[in-house]
Ligand binder design. Structure first.
Ligand SMILES: Cc1ncc(COP(=O)(O)O)c(C=O)c1O
Length: 438
């Protein structure tokens, strides 16, 4: 056995890393650059995952790395909610500009925000920084309770919002929930996630029934479901949710932890519909590789929810707004803008859809938007998909299955991937499926 994996086997909690008996999974990453990863044996791989959709501008992006190194040498840690460092406010301002301020401008003028009479129009955003995705979700759940005084949350079947106890109450999959139900809060309610207009009509009925029966403070939704297997709702979905939230004085929370920062070909996936949330949760591609996340809310909602700190914040953490993470995020946003990488992600996504058609794999269906896409198979095909993913690893391609049944081969590469590299991947995938059949 690889000596590094031996250490993992002996000293890491055994539920964390799956170690296949036959040595086919996992590899041990030594270094990474752009769209490539090298393992500890020196073998080179093409990474189609961007490591859980994080490294959007490429692994070890020079601009982001330089910013991280400089910040690490200058100030590696500050005092979260006590003595801030300059980059925290700068990043919060950038996030406001990218979200609520952009959404309020001309192109989206037709969108109506519902404000209480005493509120200013919601022109900017305010941020709570956190460390990982699930914490940003929990900050949003707390905001919803404080703003509405209603504890119920509606989430959707298939939803993945993370595994901390707060977020887990709104995460749907039994695999994650069942072992912990005894300690799990009961404020999460689930409606079906629609992928067609007919299904949307059913979802609407379910939502109305839930709003009638429960005191609902927020609807929490992934505009495109990621871990559920790249599930795209009809375009009217967010409009329906926005309207219901407005009617029932509930907040709309978009979990854009996976979809955010250009993954779907727009800065944020909600922009495909022009209906916007009250709170947006961000993580993954924000820093390109540092555990820093954010819950950004309409300033009016945030100020309504959270009391002014009188010296002891009611929600904080030791590493809140980490200076290295903030430096990386500011560099990452500059990189995305200056290199026009979001347009590139949209363009590459269209190319990938064409390439998938050119190299058809029987029984598969292309799903996706931008560079959040995949090949979906029947639910029963999970084992075959995993066998192909493992065989592709042998061939030098890093892929992951998605979906409750592991029946989707997901693609979430860096936006810097080339058309040729995508074509090479599909050629190899086609051959891998053929090999495994025979
Ligand atoms: C949509 C979505 N929300 C929340 C999370 C949880 O983020 P984290 O694993 O950083 O807690 C994930 C992680 O994959 C995600 O895809």
């Amino acid at each position: 056995m690889n000596p590094h994996l031996k250490l993992i086997r002996d000293y890491e909690s055994r539920n964390v890393t799956h170690l296949a008996e036959d040595g086919s999974w996992p590899i041990v990453w030594e270094r990474a650059k752009g769209v490539h990863v090298w393992d500890t044996d020196g073998k080179k791989y093409l990474d189609l995952t961007a490591a859980f959709a994080v490294a959007a501008t490429g692994h070890a992006n020079p601009r982001v790395t330089k910013a991280a190194q400089a910040q690490l040498a200058k100030l590696p840690h500050a005092m979260g909610d006590v003595h801030p460092h300059p980059l925290k406010g700068q990043l919060a301002r950038e996030l406001s500009k990218l979200t609520f301020e952009r959404w309020a401008r001309t192109e989206f003028r037709h969108v109506h925000y519902r404000c209480l009479p005493h509120e200013m129009p919601p022109r900017h955003g305010k941020t709570i920084f956190c460390n990982s995705g699930f914490e940003a979700i929990e900050a949003a759940l707390k905001t919803a309770l404080l703003a509405t005084n209603k504890k119920g949350i509606i989430a959707f079947e298939g939803a993945y919002h993370g595994l901390g106890y707060g977020a887990l109450a709104a995460t749907h999959r039994k695999h994650f929930r069942n072992p912990f139900t005894k300690q799990l809060g009961k404020f999460g309610h689930f409606a079906s996630f629609p992928t067609t207009v007919d299904e949307l009509a059913i979802t609407k009925k379910e939502l109305n029934a839930l709003f009638k029966k429960q005191a609902i403070g927020a609807v929490l939704v992934e505009p495109i479901q990621g871990r559920a297997g790249i599930r795209i709702p009809p375009p009217e979905f967010l409009r329906v949710l926005r309207t219901l939230c407005d009617q029932h004085n509930a907040l709309l929370i978009c979990d854009e932890i996976y979809t955010g920062f250009g993954r779907t070909g727009k800065w944020f996936a909600c922009e495909h519909s022009s209906f916007f949330p009250d709170l947006i949760c961000l993580d993954k591609a924000l820093t390109n590789g540092f555990p820093l996340s954010a819950c950004v809310g309409r300033a009016t909602v945030m100020d309504r929810a959270w009391p002014k700190s009188e010296g002891e914040a009611i929600h904080t953490s030791t590493f809140l707004g980490h200076p290295v993470g903030c430096a990386m995020a500011l560099a990452q946003l500059r990189e995305l803008k200056e290199k026009k990488l979001i347009t590139q992600a949209r363009h590459r996504g269209n190319q990938l859809a064409r390439i998938c058609k050119k190299f058809p794999i029987p029984g598969s269906r292309f799903v996706g938007k931008g560079l959040m896409s995949g090949l979906a198979f029947n639910k029963s095909e999970g084992p075959r998909v995993m066998a192909v993913v493992k065989e592709m690893l042998q061939r030098g391609f890093i892929l992951l299955p998605a979906g409750e049944h592991g029946n989707v081969i997901a693609f979430s590469p860096a936006f810097t991937i080339t058309e040729k590299q995508l074509e090479r991947t599909m050629r190899a995938l086609q051959s891998s499926f053929k090999n495994l059949k025979s």
